[in-house]
Every structure is written in C-alpha cells, then in structure tokens.
Design a binder for this molecule. Structure first.
Ligand code: 13P
Length: 237
C-alpha cells in the first residue's frame, strides 16, 4: 500500500486549507481509498480536523520544545492542541534556505521521536553534489543521517533531490531507482520520493522498485489534481 503526502509549504490560508481537507476527506471516504495520506498545512492553518483514519495532518516544522521563548517557532503545546502527532523534519528548504544544520535537525528528530511522533525525515543532495557522482551523492545522503535513529518505528523517509524540488523537472526513473535501491539496502523503512511529482509522472514513479510513495509540493496544492493523484496511488496497490 503506497503512501501519498502533500507539503503545502507557504501556500494556502486557514480558509483554503479547511476547504481542501474537508473536500479531500469526503473524497477519501466516498471512494474507499485507504492509502496512508498526509497533509502538511502551514502552521497558521492547523486545526482539529475530523478526518478518516487514513488521513493524517502534520506540521511542516516544530522546535524541540514544549513551549518557551523561541520567537517565531512552535512547540508541542501548540502542535498537540490539535491532536497532531506527525512532523516533517530535514526538509531541504529548511536545510538550505532556513539554514538548519544537521545538529539542529538531529535535536528535533530526537525530541519528536521521544514523544512518539510519526516523522517524515527528508534527505537529498544539491545539484553540485549530484554532478560530482554517485559516490559523492551517497556520501552526502549518509551524512544527513548523522544523529538520526534509523530503527525508530514511526519513521518514514523521503528522498527529495534538491535540484528536482519546485523545478518541474523530476529526477529520472534511473536516478530514483538507483538512489532508492541504495538507501533501502541500508535502511528498511518506507521510502517516499519527492521532487516535481505531478499527475503526468506519478504513476511511473510509483512503479519504480523501492518507491513506497510520494511527497508532493506544487502539484498537490490544487485539490482536484491531488485527488486524482490519490486515485492513481490507490490503483497501484
Ligand atoms: P515540488 O513537488 O514542488 O517539487 O516539491 C517537493 C517537495 O519539496 C515536497 O516536500
């Protein structure tokens, strides 16, 4: 059974998130789609959504605290107000745009792990690393596991090559197959692919060996497209 996840990033308001999730929930219920589905709305749109059991709402980020003085951050008091127990950690935009280093990422990981959260942990190399070859790429990816307990039971991995994110150009089938095989050989956890997944390519990506699902940005923000991608995901089972 494949997994499908949508990362809203800095998109959708409280109002549009609410109608997206309500619409999606009705759709999952009426179509009997039973894949694991995850939605990561912006922090301002978090709420206690009443969803079917296979639809989970998660946070895109959280600080490693319950509460305190960390201006601009949210902690578990704010997250759990809505019964949320799912978090994205290590996303490339947090690593490369917001400057989160591996040490901070590992602190977050360990904090949320201790609380039993479902963690979608993202890894992936920038273009210059990819261009220097497979050995360098794998070396870079393994370093992104520093301080990360890979035996954690509630862990899902997401391979998202930085150069394929938001560019409209997904990694090739061969690239995905190669990297996923290498990661799976070391770590037996569900492994999603992310990076320009869309209606036109989701089926072939899901059919690649060792791809257990997708983590989608841009193409998932339109409810009709996302529902269509849920249908395709369901049909792969
Ligand atoms: P895009 O689907 O926009 O490439 O984003 C992928 C991503 O970063 C999901 O977390």
């Amino acid at each position: 059974m494949k997994i499908i996840a949508s990362n809203f990033k800095t998109n959708h308001t409280r109002k549009t998130t609410n109608s997206f999730i309500t619409n999606l929930n009705d759709f999952l219920q009426s179509t009997n789609i039973n894949n694991e589905v995850y939605i990561f709305p912006p922090a301002t749109a978090l709420d206690s959504f009443d969803t079917v059991s296979n639809l989970s709402i998660g946070v895109q980020n959280g600080y490693f605290t319950k509460n305190g003085s960390f201006t601009g951050e949210i902690g578990t008091d704010q997250i759990e107000e809505f019964g949320i127990k799912t978090i994205l950690i290590g996303h490339s935009e947090r690593r490369h745009i917001l400057g989160e280093d591996q040490k901070t990422i590992a602190l977050k990981y360990n904090y949320y792990k201790a609380l039993g959260y479902k963690i979608i942990y993202c890894i992936g190399e920038p273009l210059e690393v990819k261009q220097s070859g497979l050995t360098e790429t794998l070396g870079y990816i393994w370093e992104q596991f520093d301080g990360i307990d890979l035996n954690y039971e509630n862990l899902i991995l997401a391979y998202e090559p930085v150069w394929a994110i938001g560019t409209g150009i997904s990694a090739t089938i061969e690239d995905i197959a190669t990297i996923h095989k290498k990661i799976k050989k070391k770590i037996s956890k569900p492994l999603l692919y992310g990076g320009s997944v869309k209606l036109a390519n989701i089926q072939e990506i899901l059919n690649i060996p060792n791809v257990d699902g997708t983590l989608i940005g841009t193409a998932s923000w339109q409810i009709d497209d996302f529902k269509e991608m849920c249908k395709i995901t369901n049909n792969i089972n």
